[in-house]
Design a protein around this ligand. Structure first.
Ligand code: NI
Length: 137
């Protein structure tokens, strides 16, 4: 009988960012973003959890080879964002405010084309131990 199983891969990257809306005044940005609007940036240790749901392949017993998934995440996410300033060093956030909400969707959309369309993909991103987001909701 077909049955779906969820598999997870956890990865990690460090990155700096600044949250601000360039259409706003400094006072508006300070009021909304507070310390996150520090002009000299600040860093986070991001934890990333990639979840795939699908039916295990009858031949291998795998939903996906987790080494393959790890390599995809390293190529698409870690190589792109680890030890980067998201605002200054990446094309993805040159114009997009690098909030956790925006980062998690960018990561999802980078991974989606690399993963079999039969598998459901959900990405969870921890910006701190207590603040985390998930996409799709
Ligand atoms: Ni921050």
């Amino acid at each position: 009988m077909a049955h779906k199983v969820a598999v997870f891969r956890k990865e990690h990257f460090n990155a700096a960012h600044r949250l601000y809306n360039k259409g706003w005044t400094d006072a508006q940005n300070d009021a909304v973003f507070g310390l996150c609007n520090n002009p000299n940036y600040h860093g986070h240790n991001y934890e990333l959890i990639v979840k795939l749901v699908g039916e295990p392949d009858p031949a291998t017993g795998y939903v996906i080879d987790l080494k393959v998934l790890s390599d995809i995440v390293k190529e698409e996410v870690i190589a792109r964002f680890d030890h980067k300033n998201l605002n200054l060093d990446t094309v993805e956030f040159a114009e997009l405010n690098p909030t956790a909400e925006n980062i998690v969707k960018v990561i999802h959309d980078l991974l989606r084309p690399r993963i079999d369309s039969k598998l459901e993909l959900t990405v969870r991103l921890y910006e701190t131990e207590r603040n985390f987001v998930e996409y799709p909701a």
